[in-house]
Design a protein around this ligand. Structure first.
Ligand code: 3PY
Ligand code: MG
Length: 265
């Protein structure tokens, strides 16, 4: 079976840097997969992406050595199992708030007797190999997100749940849970202290700590701090930031205000 390269990097004590995909197309996914990142996550929670889009995007990513992840819309076993069957090698599960939530996510990622995953790795076996079922429990990454007030309170029981490979911080939901504005790369002392506490708890339980950013500056900060899974930026933000920066460099021309009222005859 094809190994999960990201899990191998983690075992070696290394960091895996990745990106998020919000645009529902195989070509944008393939383009992002050629940028040097270790992993890409098809974001079915907040991206404009449904299941059929996700399958074509996973297929595009698997033309490269990039490890495919999917963030599911919710902690719902049937969707977790469907994205694994489509060839995701890791699942990111949002809004995990307690041990019961974490156990539910883990169980959906593992075949019996470890979990409740149903057999039927249709595309996954093409991508992973004919011995997929024999090794899938070892290679699939179960990543749960801490980003709710209850999740912050119960971080220890979530992070120590057997079978959780990594704990992923959603910075903007975390900010909301702390009563702060939903800012991504966040320097608020309350936010920083909570992020540090999650990192320390991950260290205590030898679980991978994962962080979401939208810039290399913050990605570098979290790599240096010891996060072993860091999200650099997304397809949508890459396009928006690059185009705005390029447009802003031009002189002798006035950029269009895209939200201006249309002229009428
Ligand atoms: C958050 O910021 O809450 C996230 O989940 C990142 O996508
Ligand atoms: Mg979130």
């Amino acid at each position: 079976m094809r190994i999960n390269r990201v899990k191998k990097l983690w075992r070696e004590g290394k960091t895996a840097v990745g990106g998020f995909l919000s645009i529902p197309h195989s070509f944008s996914a393939e383009t992002m997969a050629h940028s040097g990142l270790d992993w890409l996550c098809v974001d079915m929670q907040h991206g404009c992406i449904d299941y059929s889009d996700a399958v074509t995007m996973l297929t595009a990513i698997s033309t490269t050595a990039v490890t495919p992840f999917v963030r599911v819309p919710w902690n719902e076993p049937s969707m977790i199992m469907k994205v694994l069957d489509a060839g995701a090698y890791g699942v990111i599960v949002p809004m995990v708030s307690n041990r019961e939530d974490a156990m539910r996510a883990v169980a959906a990622c593992r075949y019996p007797p470890l979990g409740i995953r149903s057999n039927g790795p249709n595309r996954a076996a093409l991508y992973g190999g004919p011995d997929y079922q024999k090794n899938a429990d070892r290679e699939m990454a179960c990543v749960v997100m801490i980003e709710t007030a209850e999740g912050i309170e119960k971080m220890d029981e979530i992070i120590s749940t057997p079978g959780v490979d990594a704990v992923y911080i959603g910075p903007t939901d975390l900010a909301l849970a702390l009563g702060l504005p939903p800012v991504m790369d966040n320097d608020d002392p309350k936010h920083v202290a909570t992020v540090n506490r999650i990192l320390e708890t991950c260290r205590k339980h030898k679980v991978i700590a994962a962080m979401h950013t939208m810039s290399s500056k913050y990605t570098q900060r979290y790599i240096d701090q010891g996060f072993q899974m860091v999200m650099l930026t997304s397809d949508r933000i890459s396009i928006a930031n690059y185009m705005k920066a390029e447009v802003g460099k031009l002189t002798g021309w006035t950029p269009l205000n895209p939200t201006q009222e249309p002229e009428r005859t």
